[in-house]
Design a protein around this ligand. Structure first.
Ligand code: C2E
Ligand code: CA
Ligand code: CA
Length: 659
């Protein structure tokens, strides 16, 4: 298992809330995407309409004011006009000179607004008149109101004015003028029409501008949306797009009662490749991977890059389980041919996990979680494979998460954590020469959790550093106490892969020894073959430094990792612990006997001391002593025990000093 992979829940936590788009036919997006513009166009339309109405009201108000003032000024002008005519005509009236009066009135022809004018004598009889051709005839006498004579009337279409003609201070007749308002209305109509046209023009311009800027904004929004939903490296949809699409597909499958499969794909060795060949090559590789994956994806399916070296494929599927399995194989097969990037032939593999809706999960979150779990299992099973989700994985997952949480809490308080010590005996005289520190953890609900399980989870979620130093600190402090008790004895501490990979490991170990006051030679570090092989390059230097400082190094569980002793001999190891699986069948089984004999010979040849672990019977012990093992450990001698019990043992049988 790659211990640097983020845990599935971490991956899920990093997932953003769903946002629209990318996948061309995501049903969920449609509703949302269309509703917003519809609403905003309606808002814009309402705004423009309101502005138009306001402008219309202003135009109407202005027209009303215009009408009022035009009418007033017309009235004023007409009065002045009538006064002038009355003055001019007074002599003719006095002499009852109808011809001259007619002539003077006729001059009103120059004013097209005057429909008719007449002058009456003091008796009310018509003396002279002027009227336009189409105008109504005037009353024959001033008293004849039925003809529209007197009094003054200010109607909507005509103005009728009467003016007394004065001669030497005496009234000698009456001038009557009827004027049409037509011209006022014509002028008003022209002005209104002009204002209306200007208003419409302004509105049109404003609308065009609003629509244009809206179009520009929408365009920018669309581009932003596309950018936010596209992976810049591969051009595939990104995590946002994936979430949105998956949510839509789950909804669709639910509505149509169809099936859906989700494939999670994680490249196995991408980080190393990226570090080795550089980021540009890494990006190029991701692009190639994306292209190859696209070639096995149908048009109805969607593919996205979720970030880093993670991809996902959403399958609208009627595939049965077998077909789904072979689809997974096809995805893994995509990586079979090597890639060429920056002139290098690069081999990349992937681990993939498949989960289905509604078979495995009933909602989107479940589907993601299960596909992730299956992919994670593919990694655990050795990578380069595709695994179908099954429910048992989930139980394991839940337990792992529970352990992680509990362990995190335990590390803060130290509650439930303890070390048990299993004594190590010298083969020649079965004297107590050391003890191996073994982690014990009892949790209130989970009960006793095996150290193997706790260490795997801790390695996985990064808690191993804290846990490892707790063990180291406790073991060194206890061993310092044994020395103070007058029974110095070496303590063996198990160290896992990720601990050794910690760049601060050496420094922290030295700090721990110093703080505990324990001499370096009283500490032994046990490392399994796999840990050593995995850390060959980076770890070697740390191991040499540790050894130079006097710390003993032991190879644990030897024989299980198929490593080459010749290879391991480049490392400053002092001891080799034969795995208990070879001890179990001793001395009866020949195969085990052969192996043990070979290991002992080889190790001694390389100058390594040998411990046999898991010694359960006197026969085994006797056989191992005969073979030349240096130290023995196992239930036959003592089980792992609490530190107080070890103290009792130490006081009964003071150790002759560390071997
Ligand atoms: P290991 O290092 O090989 O530890 C020896 C294991 O064998 C212990 O199991 C011990 O109880 C068991 N054992 C000892 N004598 C006998 C015997 O005669 N017969 C049988 N059947 N078993 C025997 P335990 O304590 O359950 O530890 C299991 C493994 O957990 C350890 O294997 C070690 O790999 C890991 N572990 C324990 N404590 C720590 C720790 O503090 N740090 C790390 N990194 N790993 C630890
Ligand atoms: Ca061990
Ligand atoms: Ca062991």
């Amino acid at each position: 298992m790659n211990t640097h992979e983020p845990r599935p829940e971490q991956r899920r936590a990093a997932m953003a809330p769903p946002e629209p788009e990318v996948a061309p036919d995501a049903p969920a997006q449609g509703a949302d995407d269309n509703a917003t513009p519809l609403l905003s166009s309606r808002l814009v339309f309402t705004g423009i309409l309101a502005a138009g109405l306001a402008l219309m009201t202003v135009v109407l108000a202005l027209t009303a004011v215009d009408y009022w003032s035009a009418r007033q000024s017309m009235l004023q002008d007409s009065r002045v006009e009538a006064a002038i005519v009355a003055d001019n005509i007074s002599a003719a009236v006095m002499f009852r000179d109808a011809d001259t009066a007619n002539e003077i009135l006729g001059a009103l022809r120059a004013s097209p607004m005057v429909q008719a004018a007449a002058v009456y004598d003091t008796g009310g009889a018509l003396l002279a008149q002027y009227r336009q051709d189409f105008a109504q005839p005037l009353a024959a006498t001033l008293a004849d109101t039925s003809m529209g004579g007197l009094p003054e009337r200010h109607g909507l279409t005509v103005l009728e004015l009467a003016r007394t003609v004065m001669v030497a201070g005496n009234a000698s007749g009456t001038l009557y003028v009827r004027k049409s308002m037509q011209a006022v209305y014509t002028r008003l109509a022209v002005r209104f029409a002009t204002a209306l046209l200007i208003a419409i023009g302004v509105m049109g311009l404003a609308t065009a501008m609003v629509l244009r800027s809206r179009a520009a904004v929408r365009d920018a929004e669309r581009r932003l949306h596309a950018l936010a939903h596209t992976d810049a490296v591969t051009g595939l949809g990104n995590r946002h797009a994936f979430n949105e699409r998956l949510s839509g597909e789950v909804q669709r499958a639910r509505t149509l009662s169809t099936r859906l499969a989700l494939v999670y794909i994680d490249l196995d060795n991408f980080k190393t490749l990226n570090d080795t060949f550089g980021h540009a090559a890494g990006d190029g590789l991701l692009r190639q991977v994306a292209r190859r994956l696209q070639s096995v994806v149908r048009s109805t399916d969607a593919i996205a890059r979720l970030g880093g070296d993670e991809f996902a494929v959403i399958l609208r599927t009627e595939l049965d389980d077998a077909a789904l399995q072979s689809y997974g194989q096809r995805i893994v097969g995509v990586f079979r041919a090597s890639f060429t990037e920056v002139g290098h032939q690069i081999t990349v593999t992937c681990s993939a996990g498949i989960a289905t809706y509604p078979g495995d999960a009933q909602d989107m979150d479940g589907l993601i979680s299960h596909a992730d779990t299956a992919m994670y299992r593919a990694k655990e099973m050795g990578k380069n494979r595709c695994v179908r989700f099954d429910a048992s994985m989930n139980q394991a997952m839940v337990r792992r998460q529970t352990i992680e949480h509990a362990l995190r809490a335990a590390l803060q308080t130290g509650e439930g954590l303890a070390l048990h010590y299993q004594p190590l005996y010298a083969a020649r005289d079965t004297s107590l020469v050391g003890a191996e520190a073994l982690l014990r953890w009892t949790h209130a609900e989970l009960g006793a959790v095996s150290p193997l399980e706790a260490v795997i989870v801790a390695e996985d979620c990064g808690l191993i550093t804290g846990l490892g130093y707790w063990v180291m600190r406790t073991a060194c402090t206890d061993a310092a106490r044994w020395q103070a008790m007058g029974a110095p004895m070496r303590v063996s501490v198990n160290v896992s892969a990720r601990q050794l990979a910690d760049p601060l490991f050496l420094e922290r170990v030295m700090d721990t020894l110093r703080a505990a006051g324990l001499p370096a030679h009283l500490l032994e570090i046990e490392l399994t073959e796999t840990v050593l092989m995995d850390n060959m390059e980076a770890g070697a230097q740390t191991l040499h430094r540790l050894s130079q400082l006097g710390i003993h190094l032991a190879i644990d569980d030897f024989g299980t990792g198929y490593s080459s002793l010749a290879y391991l001999r480049q490392l400053p190891m002092r001891r080799l612990k034969i795995d208990r699986s070879f001890i179990r069948d001793l001395p009866g089984q020949e195969h085990s006997r052969t192996i043990v004999t070979a290991i002992v010979a080889l190790a001694h040849g390389l100058g390594l001391q040998i411990t046999a672990e898991g010694v359960e019977t006197p026969e085994q012990a006797e056989y191992l002593v005969r073979q030349g093992c240096d130290m023995l450990q196992g239930y036959h001698f003592a089980r792992p025990m609490p530190v107080q019990q070890l103290h009792t043992l130490l006081l009964q049988d003071p150790a002759p000093g560390p071997a």
